[in-house]
Design a protein. Structure first.
Length: 459
């Protein structure tokens, strides 16, 4: 039964990015959902991905500006001295000088509306739409991958904590055996060789405990690095079995449909196609509507106002640019081929990653059953050997070996349990459903100012 969603995490990123990651609420334990939510909220990689997405959004706005007119206002005031054949005669008559000095004033207003630009503006709008969608999917992909990383450190910390408990229990068993052998040796019933052997195994058990504590300390440090919180009362998670695919074919189908990496590659191809169309706009003329007016005074040595109004349709057609336009077209064509190659590589990586995760999930589950049988058998062997040793039917070496085998069997089973959990979360990550399965809701700001071509759709 899933814990209900009831709590919104704090705002992060910048003032423009309001984050509202929802996680299951609890005051008693730090759940894996909370760890994932904290990671997504504070992870610098996700912040960078979000910023790149917002940059692309602004580029879409800039591209759309090409559909709108450009309006310019000019104004000027200053001094002008004129000395031309036409002005000299008038200057001699008025002031006896050949030069005319006037205070010049200028006011101008011009409007230009592009009527046809070889489809440049429309191609750029489509291009930046797809580039925005690509970075948006990159953001969601980064969140999925960061969530998986948080899950791994969460589970690894729990595993190393239980490793410490197993090592302490193993040390206690060896300590008990050593004390028994020590008493028997002191009473003359045991041998020095048995005491030395027991002492050596005790030292090994102490070394195992130190190593387990060291691994736990490393896992704890890694947890803090990834989650950005101190671990506190971690609880065993249960992956959402309903969202796990039932077969490899189903997993592959979900991965092809939902994996964010494939969405990124698909949008990159579309962006490259429109970039090429943008370069091909240079093969066409540009047509614009120009409206303008000037209201000047004391211009060209003539006192008084000088006004004019214009309304023109103008065409500009570049006939030769030194081969630059053809070269840019070829450059864009190569970028398109590169994007297609990247998509093929991404497709293979997603298929391979999904298959590996599914295989790990299936085979670890099968392996766990055999390891469980091994643990049961090792427990029975250890118990029987301990009884037989008391009756003189088993050597101390047999008893110590049975203790070590039981310790290793329990460690193997513990590892298999956590490997199976990680494999299940890896499958959910490969199929693009990890955060959904955890009921962790992405911030509304991630969906953007509007819905872009090929972008993430709001649920």
């Amino acid at each position: 039964m899933k814990t209900p969603i009831a709590q919104s995490l704090k705002r992060t990123f910048t003032a423009m990015a309001v984050v509202s990651v929802l996680v299951p609420a609890t005051s008693e334990a730090q759940t894996i959902e909370q760890a994932v939510a904290s990671t997504i909220t504070t992870n610098p990689t996700i912040r960078q991905a979000y910023t790149r997405f917002k940059v692309r959004e602004e580029q879409v706005v800039q591209a759309k500006a090409g559909y709108l007119p450009s309006l310019d206002l000019t104004a000027g005031y200053g001094w002008e001295q004129t000395d031309t054949p036409s002005s000299r005669a008038q200057a001699r008559a008025t002031n006896g000088d050949e030069k005319t000095d006037l205070n010049r004033r200028e006011v101008g207003l011009s409007l230009r509306q592009t009527l046809f630009d070889g489809f440049l503006t429309s191609s750029e709008v489509h291009r930046f739409n797809h580039e925005t969608s690509s970075d948006q999917w990159n953001l969601f992909a980064a969140a999925e991958d960061s969530g998986l990383e948080a899950i791994k450190v969460y589970l690894h910390l729990m595993e190393t904590d239980q490793d410490v408990q197993l090592a302490e229990k193993n040390l206690g068993r060896h300590q008990h055996i050593f004390e028994q052998i020590k008493q028997k040796t002191a009473s003359g019933l045991g041998s020095i060789a048995d005491l030395s052997q027991s002492q050596g195994r005790l030292a090994r058990a102490q070394s195992n405990l130190v190593a387990a504590k060291n691994n736990y300390a490393d896992a704890r440090s890694q947890f803090i690095k990834v989650v950005n919180e101190e671990p506190e009362d971690l609880r065993q998670p249960v992956p959402d079995a309903v969202m796990l695919p039932k077969s490899l074919d189903a997993a592959l189908a979900q991965a092809k449909a939902n994996n964010p990496t494939l969405k990124v590659a698909s949008n990159d191809i579309e962006a490259a196609k429109y970039e090429r169309k943008s370069t091909q706009s240079n093969y066409y003329p540009t047509v614009s509507l120009d409206l303008g007016g000037n209201w000047d005074e004391n211009v060209g040595g003539v006192s008084g106002h000088n006004n004019d109004l214009q309304a023109m349709v103008r065409m500009k057609y570049n006939l030769f640019a030194g081969g630059k336009d053809v070269s840019r077209d070829r450059e864009a064509a190569y970028k398109l081929v590169n994007a297609q190659a990247l998509q093929q590589r991404s497709y293979r990586e997603v298929i391979d990653g999904t298959t590996l995760a599914w295989n790990a999930y299936q085979f670890v589950n099968e392996q766990k059953g055999y390891i469980h049988d091994h643990v049961i058998a090792a427990e029975e062997t250890q118990s029987s050997y301990a009884q037989q040793f008391k009756l003189g039917q088993r050597s101390l070496l047999d008893v110590l070996d049975s203790e070590n085998e039981l310790f290793q069997a329990r460690k193997d089973y513990l590892k298999a349990e956590y490997d199976e959990l990680i494999a299940q979360y890896r499958v959910l990550n490969a199929t693009g459903q990890l955060l959904s399965s955890l009921r962790v809701t992405q911030p509304q700001a991630w969906y953007g100012e509007k819905t872009y071509e090929g972008g993430v759709k709001k649920a």
